[in-house]
Design a protein around this ligand. Structure first.
Ligand SMILES: [Zn+2]
Ligand SMILES: [Zn+2]
Length: 480
């Protein structure tokens, strides 16, 4: 599926943060990705031969080949050998996003409760939107799904959830519903064996009732039924096993079917970091030790290190006392992967803002419920920073309050979705505003942020969510 024409793309997907380092191969990989996006993501087209591309990006063959491994890892392009070969544009799969999300959630120790709380929020947004957006094909599809649920053959429990998400016509929402659906499945890999239990019967009844409510055009009813259904599922899983997230080996950094040596090494090192519960800053190993341990050349190890750095699992420090060190888990790695995938799928700015509004309002609700002394101090600190920053720093500082509220909500899964959406909305628009316009809104934004923070701190949920909604709707209208 090519990127749709309305998909605007930032010139660089916000990569190259200081934490990422100025590694040549990563920079070239980012340039290749930008070029693919700007060409309209022509799957199957040859970007150029190796000789062409060495000339275009003006780098050494060694750096270029490392960059190619990175774009192959991100499924943006792959190398085709032989005559007429070169770097060929590929079609990214949702698996790359799932990998990045699962790895991040595992590293921050997200629980089953957080995953399901986030699913409820996202799928409530879906059921709220879908009745108003159904077309005739959707209607027929829902009738078929309802019949399939009634049939004695087990249906994939994700099918109804995925179909409804698609009918929201919001690419960002669809993506996160799919990802969290898959993450939730990691807790119940044996769903096929459950089909004879009472749970399966409940699932069928719940799915049919949700479909009925959507077909009846009753958003409120559909939403309530979706919440009940997901909460029942979470209850069931909670009774069955620990709430600690499972991490099947295959999920970390791809399933290894490609058989690429560097990916296998990266996977093995990531598993080691995760299994040891290693703290950021801890030494994973010196380069020579890791080469010996993994039985690979320096070149292969360095490729593996790029992949680990890309996912912010570990970072290589050169020089005396150097080596591979555990990195702090960061939502930025997930943002890049999501941004790349959504660029391929053809995302609209309105999709981002719609999801952002829904998720941030849910976060405000949770923040009001869960705020404590430390949380109130965090809100104040964010506002103080925003009031004091220079114009250069403001682009970042203006999101501090949103990040603080996401943090207070105490759900790392929802916070991740919000951070990704905040970052995407920033990448796609704020840079485009003229300096003068920016000055005019700065004052107003700060005042609005203060009002939102006051409502959250005083425990007035209705006022807090009202102010957040108005603020984000104004932002959405401003950038449209
Ligand atoms: Zn279900
Ligand atoms: Zn704001």
């Amino acid at each position: 599926m090519p990127a749709s024409p309305q998909a605007s793309t930032p010139s660089a997907l916000g990569r190259g943060d200081a934490e990422r380092g100025s590694k040549r191969a990563s920079i070239v990989a980012d340039r290749i990705i930008d070029d693919v996006i700007h060409a309209g993501w022509p799957v199957g087209e040859v970007l150029g031969s190796e000789a062409d591309l060495l000339e275009r990006y003006r780098v050494s063959r060694a750096v270029f080949r490392e960059a190619v491994r990175l774009v192959e890892h991100q499924q943006v392009a792959r190398t085709r050998r032989g005559p007429g070969g070169g770097l060929v544009v590929a079609a990214p799969t949702v698996e790359a996003v799932i990998d990045a999300v699962v790895l991040y959630l595992h590293r921050v120790d997200a629980t089953l409760d957080e995953v399901f709380e986030a699913r409820v929020v996202l799928e409530e947004i879906v059921t709220e939107l879908v009745p108003g957006r159904l077309d005739e094909d959707d209607l027929l599809r829902l009738r078929t799904l309802s019949d399939e649920e009634k049939s004695p053959d087990p249906t994939d429990p994700r099918a109804m959830h995925a179909a409804l998400a698609t009918m929201s016509k919001n690419a960002a929402l669809e993506l996160f519903v799919e990802v969290l659906n898959r993450v939730a499945m990691l807790y119940s890999r044996d769903w096929r064996s459950l089909r004879t239990t009472s749970v399966a019967g409940e699932k069928v009844r719940a799915h049919i009732r949700i479909i009925d409510a959507v077909l009846a055009g009753d958003s409120g009813l559909a939403r309530g039924r979706m919440r009940k259904h997901l909460e029942a599922e979470a209850d069931f899983l909670r009774r069955r096993r620990s709430t600690r997230q499972l991490l099947p080996d295959a999920v970390i950094l791809g399933d290894g079917n490609g058989g690429k040596r560097a990916e296998a090494v990266a996977r093995s090192i990531a598993q080691q970091v995760v299994a040891d519960n290693a703290e950021p800053g801890e030494l994973v190993g010196a380069e020579a030790d890791l080469m010996a341990q993994q039985g690979v050349s320096r070149a292969v190890l360095r490729e593996a290190v790029r992949i680990l750095e890309h996912h912010q699992v570990a970072v290589m420090k050169r020089g005396p006392g150097g080596g591979l060190f555990v990195a702090a888990p960061s939502a930025a790695a997930v943002t890049d992967t999501v941004a790349t995938y959504l660029a391929y799928r053809g995302m609209k700015l309105s999709d981002i803002m719609e999801l952002r509004i829904g998720v941030e309002i849910a976060l405000v609700d949770l923040a009001v419920d869960r705020i404590d002394e430390g949380g109130a101090a965090r809100l104040r600190a964010a506002l103080e920073r925003e009031a004091e920053v220079t114009d250069v720093e403001r682009a970042e500082a203006v999101h501090d309050l949103h990040a603080a509220i996401a943090d207070l909500a105490g759900n790392r899964v929802l916070a991740l979705v919000a951070l990704v959406m905040i970052r995407l909305s920033r990448l796609y628009q704020i840079e485009k505003l003229a300096a003068k316009q920016r000055e005019q809104i700065n004052e107003e934004v700060l005042r609005t942020h203060e009002k939102i923070a006051r409502a959250v701190a005083s425990g007035d949920k209705e006022l807090a969510r009202h102010r957040m909604r108005r603020h984000l709707e104004a932002l959405a209208a401003f950038v449209r």
